[in-house]
Design a protein around this ligand. Structure first.
Ligand code: IFG
Length: 530
């Protein structure tokens, strides 16, 4: 009882102070006192929604609020529990989840039966008595829940009870993504990141409706996924990392844990086994894989382009077949990425030969090939997706392949590479593609970045983060945020909404949210942080 009295007094006193302050302000200026607890404007979120119609009274979450989920739908129940886990600690409300239908409360409804929303879209309607998220699929509901979170004050993300009120501005948001593929890549080879660290990154990506997680699982410095038929790949090839520290690898159970967590955030995992270059970890693990039969030492530096699988040797294809078979068998997603970048120690003929033999193996095990865009210099088989990581947009070979049907994922290194330094003062990261401040990372169009690429060829965007210089979650976050939000918006929001001036104001609102979530982000001087 005393606790409650204290809280009441504090709130009363607090509001007295507010009124007084407002009073002073109004004496000094004509500005009306700011509505201290007014809800955030409906569309002021990231990614900005496709269609926002403000109007009517806000919905206020209160002690009697229930979370109502479509009856008999376990996935909707799980999304309700996910939302409750966000709201309960900060609001202090019980927020029971009920399958009972009803017109009030927070309603998550499957079966919007509106094809305009597609597979990932949602409609959020907020009014005095309820806030409703409706979608055709659970993924759509999940994305609508991310929007709902952002419509509440940033303190809703805290794990301890915060003062309300918890209002969601009145009106309707009808939203669906521009691109189906909205990805982020994490390089777990140069530096190894644990399952928990990858899950943390997944949770952060989910806030911004990212739906693809590309895991760069092998490179010169480390092989990070257990392969039963070639056990030394992980046990020997995964033992170290850049700088010579202890590396690590995912057992199949670890990989399954990452897959499960990603799936619970409606994210598809794209595993990458980089070939034929970037393969020192494999070559060091098995002497027979080397053309000269001699295994090179493990590599802990940061040079690239010095390694190559031995294309003429048949054992190379037995190795590749076994690895692809095991990785494909574990991976529910559609794609298997086979790298193909910086094969500077593989002759053009050998590169062609390897890619011609490798792609059908991926298909044989039921996956679609993804590869860095150099694959267009070999012969991409129908369905192969090329990931563009150039900087000029002048690659005629990429344009020609796109015109011939190859689909693209856009990751221009001087826009989407999150390991690029922000400016000369950034200690982490690299700058081979130049400095990339937050505005540069946002100001481009995936449809037109590469000249001559037809818009229909672009599946979406992906923001890779390479870990040569990054070894902790805080370092990943400092480089990833706030540029990740811009790539996420490019992937989700209509092209017509892209405008740096409007965006930076919305991005600024993400500052307190990232702080509340414990995300170590770069406070770019270009953003008017609140
Ligand atoms: N290029 C290499 C990466 C990494 C990167 C760092 C690709 C496809 C530079 N290949 O990007 O392995 O070293 O920015």
């Amino acid at each position: 009882m005393r606790q409650r009295q204290r809280r009441t007094f504090a709130r009363l006193f607090g509001s007295l102070v507010l009124v007084a302050a407002a009073g002073l302000t109004s004496i000094g200026t004509s500005a009306a006192p700011a509505a201290a607890d007014g809800p955030r404007p409906l569309g002021q979120i990231v990614p900005v929604p496709a269609d926002v119609s403000p109007g009517g009274s806000p919905y206020t979450i209160g002690s009697a609020t229930r979370i109502r989920v479509t009856p008999g739908e376990p996935e909707v129940q799980r999304i309700g529990a996910y939302l409750a886990a966000v709201l309960r600690p900060s609001t202090g409300y019980a927020l029971p989840i009920t399958g009972a239908t009803g017109g009030d409360g927070i309603r998550l409804l499957l079966g919007a039966d509106d094809e305009g929303l597609g597979d990932e879209g949602y409609r959020l309607t907020s009014a005095k008595g309820s806030v409703t998220v409706a979608a055709n699929t659970p993924a759509g509901l999940f994305h609508g829940v991310q929007t709902l979170r952002q419509l509440l004050p940033a303190n809703v993300e805290k794990k301890t009870k915060q003062a309300g009120p918890w209002k969601i501005a009145g009106g309707t948001i009808t939203d669906a993504p521009r691109y189906a593929y909205r990805g982020a890549m994490i390089d777990v080879s140069r530096h190894f990141f644990t399952v928990a660290q990858v899950e943390r990154y997944i949770d952060q990506l989910a806030l911004y409706k990212i739906n693809e997680l590309h895991l760069h699982l092998s490179d010169d410095q480390g092989w990070r996924i257990a392969i039963d038929s070639w056990p030394r790949l992980a046990t020997y090839g995964g033992q170290t990392q850049v700088g010579g520290g202890k590396g690590g690898f995912y057992t199949k159970a670890d990989y399954q844990a990452i897959l499960d967590h990603a799936a619970s955030r409606y994210m598809e995992v794209v595993p990458e086994i980089d070939t034929p270059g970037h393969s020192n970890a494999a070559l060091a693990s098995y002497a027979e894989l080397n053309c000269n039969g001699v295994a090179p030492p493990l590599y802990t530096g940061t040079h690239v382009g010095f390694s190559s699988l031995c294309v003429p040797k048949e054992v190379t294809y037995a190795f590749f077949d076994d690895v692809v078979r095991e990785v494909a068998a574990m991976t529910p997603g559609r794609y298997l990425h086979i790298g193909g970048d910086e094969a500077q120690s593989t002759s053009k003929e050998d590169y062609d030969t390897f890619m011609t033999r490798a792609q059908p193996v991926v298909h044989k095990y039921g996956k679609t090939v993804m590869a860095w865009h150099q694959i267009v210099d070999a012969t991409p088989i129908p369905g192969t997706v090329a990931q563009y990581w150039g900087t000029t947009g002048d690659e005629a070979n990429v344009a020609a392949a796109a015109q011939a049907g190859t689909k693209l994922i856009m990751s221009p290194a001087n826009r989407a590479y999150l390991d690029m330094k922000y400016d000369a003062k950034t200690t982490l990261g690299t700058n081979w593609a130049g400095y990339v401040e937050v505005d540069k990372s946002y100001s481009w169009d995936p449809d037109t970045f590469v000249k001559g690429v037809p818009a229909r060829a672009v599946l979406g965007v992906e923001a890779p983060i390479w870990s040569e210089t990054l070894s902790t979650s805080a370092q990943i976050e400092y480089m990833a945020f706030p540029r990740l939000q811009g790539i996420a918006e490019l992937g989700w929001s209509p092209a017509s909404t892209h405008d740096w001036t409007a965006y930076k104001a919305r991005l600024a609102q993400q500052g307190p949210r990232m702080s509340a979530l414990g995300i170590t982000y770069y406070r770019s001087p270009l953003v008017p942080w609140v």
